[in-house]
Design a protein around this ligand. Structure first.
Ligand code: AP5
Length: 209
């Protein structure tokens, strides 16, 4: 199954992608994670991407499309994949189509903008391994220390309040039109993001039946 997760920043795409990955045995591909790794490693695409990411803007289509194309041609994607954070613009969705990639289902996780600030304001990520936590919903066992690798757990630069507002603005302008794009192709289902992660997961798995 080839699946796309749509939704505003902080709607819970990454959280749900991990659960579906475990349930369905297909890899979850986050273009945000790939880009953050590229920034950390100082690669050419990382150097191009950093200023856009820090400002809450989208990285140019040609950079992200190239990264995605390489990733989905890896052997672990042969039985399907979950795209978390791609496509984010209509040209990115058109690029997927022109690569001949069949998409089985697109699930939008809907969370109102007012709730996003609390979710992203409380998110913490491990500098070393990238694991994601939340001060209320998913705290680390020891404050500031990653449960998985012992790395330092910090606030993501683009989770600062002003940058979150800009990410939301960009989402509504550039990414939300993808709902119409996939609705017109009969692929879109919408799940309302719930307070408890497990409740969203239950709705999400039902949407994939
Ligand atoms: P990316 O990392 O993809 O950021 P995003 O879409 O803004 O998504 P987030 O990771 O912020 O949120 P999420 O929906 O995954 O939520 P999460 O599960 O973490 O991209 C970063 C940047 O990279 C972009 O701004 C852009 O610059 C660039 N980029 C990436 N892809 C691109 C592309 N295709 N084109 C151009 N540029 C691109 O949950 C959020 C928090 O809420 C967590 O802490 C979680 O624990 C908590 N939470 C609370 N309650 C719940 C609940 N019920 N369900 C789930 N999570 C919950």
């Amino acid at each position: 199954m080839n699946l796309i997760l749509l939704g505003a920043p902080g709607a819970g795409k990454g959280t749900q992608a991990e659960v579906i990955c475990a349930a369905k045995g297909i890899p979850a591909i986050s273009t945000g994670n790939i880009l953050r790794e590229a920034v950390k490693n100082g690669t050419e695409s990382g150097l191009k991407a950093k200023k856009y990411m820090d400002a809450g803007e989208l990285v140019p289509d040609e950079v992200v499309i190239g990264i995605l194309k390489d990733r989905i041609s890896e052997p672990d994607c042969k039985d399907g994949f979950i795209l978390d954070g791609f496509p984010r613009t209509v040209p990115q969705a058109e690029a997927l189509e022109s690569m001949g990639v069949r998409i089985d289902r697109v699930v939008e996780i809907y969370v109102p903008d007012e709730k996003i600030a609390k979710r992203l304001g409380g998110r913490r990520v491990c500098e070393a391994c990238g694991n994601s936590y939340h001060v209320d919903y998913k705290p680390t066992k020891v404050e500031g220390v990653c449960d998985a690798c012992g790395g330092r757990v910090v606030t993501r630069k683009d989770d600062e309040p002003a940058t979150v507002l800009e990410r939301l603005r960009v989402y509504h302008e550039k990414t939300a039109p993808l709902k119409d794009f996939y609705e017109a192709r009969g692929k879109l289902k919408t799940v309302v993001g719930q307070e408890a992660v497990e409740d969203t997961t239950r709705l999400m798995l039902a949407a994939l039946e």
